[in-house]
Design a protein around this ligand. Structure first.
Ligand SMILES: Nc1ncnc2c1ncn2[C@@H]1O[C@H](COP(=O)(O)OP(=O)(O)OP(=O)(O)O)[C@@H](O)[C@H]1O
Ligand SMILES: [Mg+2]
Length: 419
């Protein structure tokens, strides 16, 4: 089916075979339009199964479904493609499906037959998501297309595909200046930001990484850990128990840090996050890791009875033979302070805690647009769950010391009284 469409020079790679095609850069570089059009054209030439993915897709509105629909019309392919609520079908059997990597990827049975997966807005895709997705795209000649605007240099996607790309990957930086159809409205926005904030401009429009995220809660702590070489290989010490510290969620993430106290330092040796999974799933994952466990620290909401079982997470975990304690209640601000205090003593395994570190790097105070200042509380988003669990870790690790001090005080008091 002949279709008349033009593409920026840098997108020609989409029409040549290749396992990885990585397109990244500032806003308005014609990445999304280009990829959508290329996929629709290829899908009209031969039957293709395309998975359109992103890290979080709560509904089809979050996906590129609408974009594809618009491009089908623009390309004059309405007679060829049928746009359904959750998929797009071509007359030749081509099929476009949509999924969030974090929430639904496990349920997509047909993904093994996928010819091309397009991961859009891939900046914050976690290490776990990449490691889950990539091996399932295994059909002969299958391709992985990635589009994103860079954020932090340390982001998993940037490291994996730009810093040290897989062999044979085509990696293209595309900016507004590569887009022959760069619209006037965007140009006005671009010029405005350039005049106001050069650093922000370089990130948003020129596609350079940011040094730190605006409002990042633990920016200086993370920097100190990096400079101090404390984000490195941190092996499990079998002579010490592993404590786990949990933040609980159902639709949201459940996040678990694995920590060992060795001398004056804390070693964060592992991290686990998942969502929409029952408690038994996490207990199994804990077992599979084969550590010798100490205490499982749970947040207060672990004491609430659950619908269905009528028992609380705390009770269920005790019944499973685990040693459970509830993290002392502390305000958010005090918890963040505790985390800052403890941070300097923490060592992180760079591989096993990568997803947790990504949360800590992206945990940020929300910008109050009106006042142009940051709000007092951090944003509730994908990064906040792992960061909440880290905060509980800090509070929990302080607790034995606080307890010892309390006991000591009581004993001293007893001594006075008894003397
Ligand atoms: N092939 C094309 N033909 C006509 N106009 C185009 C084409 N590609 C892009 N444009 C124009 O450029 C604009 C920006 O393109 P697009 O949204 O694809 O950029 P992007 O790189 O995905 O940007 P962002 O990083 O902000 O997501 C589009 O809204 C459209 O106006
Ligand atoms: Mg885009």
């Amino acid at each position: 089916m002949p279709v008349n469409a033009e593409f920026p020079e840098k997108l020609q790679c989409l029409f040549e075979p290749g396992r990885y095609k990585v397109l990244y850069g500032g806003r308005g570089g014609a990445k999304s339009w280009g990829v959508a059009r290329a996929l629709l054209i290829l899908g009209a030439q031969r039957p293709l199964r395309v998975l359109c993915a992103r890290e979080i897709q709560k509904s089809i509105e979050d996906s590129v479904h609408q974009l594809l629909k618009d491009q089908i019309r623009d390309l004059g392919l309405e007679d060829f493609y049928q746009v359904l609520n959750t998929e797009v079908r071509g007359k030749n059997g081509s099929l476009f499906i949509f999924a969030g990597l974090k929430h639904n990827i496990g349920n997509i049975k047909s993904k093994e037959g996928v010819d091309i997966v397009w991961v859009e807005e891939a900046r914050t895709v976690s290490k776990t998501s990449w490691e889950t997705l990539i091996p399932t795209i295994r059909k002969e000649g299958s391709e992985i297309w990635i589009t994103f605007n860079p954020g932090l240099e340390e982001d998993e996607t940037y490291q994996r595909f730009v810093r040290t790309p897989p062999a044979g990957a085509v990696v293209q930086k595309i900016n507004w200046s590569d887009n022959p159809w760069f619209p006037e409205v965007l140009k006005a926005e671009k010029d405005d930001l350039k005049a106001r904030d050069e650093d922000a401009y370089l990130n948003v429009w020129e596609g350079f990484c940011k040094q730190t995220l605006d409002g990042a809660v633990y920016a200086s702590e993370i920097r100190a850990a990096t400079e101090g070489g404390r984000i490195t290989r941190v092996p499990y010490d079998a002579s010490k128990p592993v404590h786990t510290i949990w933040d609980l969620g159902w639709a949201d993430n459940t996040s678990i840090w694995f920590a060992q106290a060795v001398g004056f330092e804390f070693r964060l040796i592992d991290y686990l996050q998942d969502c929409q999974k029952p408690l038994s799933h996490y207990l199994q994952k804990l077992q599979e890791r084969g550590y010798v466990y100490g205490t499982d620290w749970l947040p207060h909401d672990a004491q609430a009875k659950q619908m269905g079982s009528g028992r609380s997470v705390e009770e269920l975990m005790r019944a499973a033979g685990r040693t459970v304690r509830i993290v002392p209640r502390l305000s958010l601000a005090d918890g963040i302070n505790a985390a800052r205090t403890v941070f300097g003593k923490c060592w992180f395994d760079d591989e096993k805690t990568a997803d947790g570190l990504q949360c800590l790097r992206h945990y940020r105070y929300e910008l109050d647009e009106d006042k142009k200042t940051f709000k007092r509380t951090p944003l509730h988003d994908w990064a906040s769950h792992g960061s909440d669990a880290f905060r509980y870790f800090a509070v929990a690790m302080e607790e034995p010391r606080a307890e010892r001090e309390r006991k000591l005080k009581t004993r001293r008091a007893g001594g006075w009284m008894g003397a």
